[in-house]
Design a protein around this ligand. Structure first.
Ligand code: ACO
Length: 319
């Protein structure tokens, strides 16, 4: 069996930026509170006419260009999103149509902020089993559409964006090891419970979160899965060049890095200007570090993410 390897990365952030100071004009909060508790200074907000598939398209086009492949080589599209354009078809099918590459397999993965981990691992298995050769894996979100903009406990945390990778078959190892996990018993501390029934939205259509409970769970789960992933792969932390974590809260990122024994100068942090972009945050962070030259070929990178469910995972790879 062969391997899969990242051939290219891309990302997209909407033009409109919403600063903490602007948010403080709307809800009872302050730049000082948001920065000290989360590390977030600003976030990007999608234009009203844009859907998640539009953000995904921009990120996908950038990834295709960076991989140097013809888009018609893509034989699998997986989109990780918790804010799909519509109930169905999947955002992956809508993206496929926008890319103009009909025919290839396309589906969505729903694991909220951990979605990109689940999507990447799925694509890896498709490639290793020979079912696909060139997979487009996207994390794309318009979280601003599921926020209650009068709830200061949640609206300050999130942002919109998209990130993508092209994963291709390879003779050399790219993805070295991965671990995924989920625990549905924690469904009540982070959710958006609404559903469509009888032609109406039933239940709360806004993101609900017990912040301190999520914080506690996230630090432990992320630390444990990162340590286990390295141990199972037989890779020492000193061999990890970069940690690319889900960008939810700077204190969660710092605690996880500390637990792993990695200094913060080996951690990619994009949170201050982007907020939590859910499934998009890991590919957005990866792409920014690839483009500014910090992450380059031959390096060992550990990706890790956690989201509602709870669902979480880590992927160790050679770039
Ligand atoms: N501005 C000002 N005050 C606020 C704000 C705000 N934006 N939000 C909450 N407060 C107040 C609360 O009302 C509370 O006031 P009270 O004591 O008078 O009731 C006080 O601040 C403390 O509230 P806590 O929720 O205990 O604040 P905490 O220090 O835990 O910080 C935070 C909240 C930032 C949400 C933190 O718990 C956290 O980051 N949790 C992790 C959640 C997360 O990252 N979620 C992302 C989605 S999940 C994921 O991606 C893993």
């Amino acid at each position: 069996m062969g391997y899969s390897r990242i051939l290219g990365t891309g990302s997209f952030l909407p033009e409109q930026v919403l600063t903490n100071a602007q948010l403080a004009e709307r809800v009872d909060t302050s730049d000082e509170w948001i920065v000290s508790r989360t590390g977030i200074h600003a976030r990007h907000i999608a234009a009203e006419e844009h859907k998640t598939s539009d953000l995904a398209l921009k990120a996908a086009e950038a990834a295709i260009q960076s991989a140097g492949i013809d888009k018609h080589e893509i034989d699998l599209i997986i989109v990780a999103t918790t804010t799909p354009d519509m109930v169905f078809p999947s955002t992956a099918c809508l993206l496929q149509e926008k890319l103009g590459i009909p025919g290839c397999a396309a589906f969505d993965v729903q694991a909220v902020c951990a979605g990109f981990m689940f999507a990447l691992v799925t694509a890896n298995n498709y490639i290793k089993s020979g079912m696909a050769r060139r997979a487009l894996v996207v994390g794309a979100e318009i979280m601003s559409r599921v926020l209650d903009w009068d709830d200061r406990r949640t609206c300050v945390l999130f942002g919109d964006g998209a990130g993508a990778v092209i994963l291709g078959d390879s003779d050399e190892p790219g993805i070295l090891h991965a671990k995924l996990a989920a625990d549905g018993r924690y469904k009540d501390i982070l959710n958006t419970p609404a559903q469509i029934s009888g032609g109406k939205i039933q239940g709360m259509p806004y993101l609900h979160m017990d912040g301190p409970a999520v914080f506690k769970f996230a630090v432990k789960a992320l630390s444990d899965i990162a340590v286990k992933t390295l141990a199972e792969a037989g890779v020492d932390k000193s061999e990890v060049d970069w940690l690319v974590p889900h960008q939810a809260n700077l204190r969660i990122i710092e605690s996880t890095a500390k637990h792993l024994g990695l200094p913060m100068d080996r951690v990619i942090v994009t949170l201050p200007q982007q907020g939590n972009t859910s499934a998009a945050s890991i590919p957005l962070a990866l792409d920014s570090a690839v483009r500014d030259g910090r992450i380059h070929r031959g390096q060992t990178v550990l990706l890790e993410g956690i989201g509602g469910g709870f669902a979480w995972g880590a992927v160790l790879l050679k770039i």
